[in-house]
Design a protein around this ligand. Structure first.
Ligand code: ADP
Ligand code: 5GP
Length: 210
């Protein structure tokens, strides 16, 4: 299946999509694919105090800030949410999100379950998607194959994965990332169905009633 968006009419109101799930379940992969194939959706670039990986660019994948800078932004209430994940701080800068939503653009957040809970509490209209792996063994294999983390980091992440899987209650959608093509299609289907909701398309009603 492939959703054709050749004649896609943009919604007049954007949506805030919160994607979460344990490390290695494929959030980055699914988000990147959706951004490439879905119009008028952009990625919220998080800030983090962890060091950049070889493949990552400052200001593109993350804003790589030192801890004092990060703490100052927390004090100044510049984050929509923030959390400590695997000994590093991560946070979602608030202003770019509000600017995008006000312009009718949609935003995708790729954040951990603690951060997702904060966003759901502050912005209950958000659409939350929890990504599940087909099995614990498969996530571990994918983390190793990704080749971005040391054995020590992988062991720490595996310890937290079981715990984090308990937090999938209360999310709007549960998506099992087994076959990648199928998961990508299902992920895009969620985005498109949300943006076709009447609440995102009021200008079309006005067009026919005024
Ligand atoms: P996360 O962002 O949740 O930590 P990633 O998107 O980095 O996870 O995925 C972890 C690894 O698993 C990556 O190497 C990615 O290419 C791979 N991967 C993601 N989804 C699948 C899938 N459905 N089948 C096989 N490998 C996958
Ligand atoms: P990584 O270091 O592998 O890029 O990300 C580790 C974890 O931090 C992932 O679960 C990712 O979703 C989460 N994360 C990334 N950005 C943010 C953020 O802004 N806030 C929160 N709470 N978690 C984040």
């Amino acid at each position: 299946m492939s959703i054709s968006l050749k004649k896609w009419t943009a919604p007049n109101k954007g949506a805030l999509f919160v994607v979460t799930g344990p490390s290695g379940t494929g959030k980055t992969t699914l988000v990147r694919h959706a951004l490439k194939h879905t119009p008028h959706i952009s990625f919220s670039i998080s800030a983090t105090t962890r060091p950049a990986r070889d493949t990552e660019k400052d200001g593109v994948d993350y804003h790589f800030w030192d801890t004092p800078t990060f703490r100052k932004k927390v004090e100044d209430k510049e984050f929509l949410e923030w959390a400590k994940v695997y000994d590093n701080f991560y946070g979602t800068p608030k202003e770019p999100i509000m600017n995008a939503l006000n312009k009718g653009e949609s935003i995708l957040l790729d954040i951990d379950p603690q951060g997702a809970a904060q966003v759901r509490a502050r912005m209950p209209e958000c659409v939350s998607i929890f990504i599940l792996p087909p099995s614990i063994e498969i996530v571990e294999k994918r983390l190793r194959n990704r080749n971005t983390d040391s054995e020590e980091v992988i062991s720490a992440r595996m310890l937290q994965i079981r715990e984090q899987l308990q937090h999938c209650q209360g999310f709007d959608y549960l998506l099992i990332n087994d076959d990648l093509q199928s998961a990508q299609d299902q992920f895009q289907a969620i985005l498109i169905a949300t943006l076709l909701q009447r609440s995102h398309r009021n200008q079309w009603i006005e067009r026919f009633t005024s």
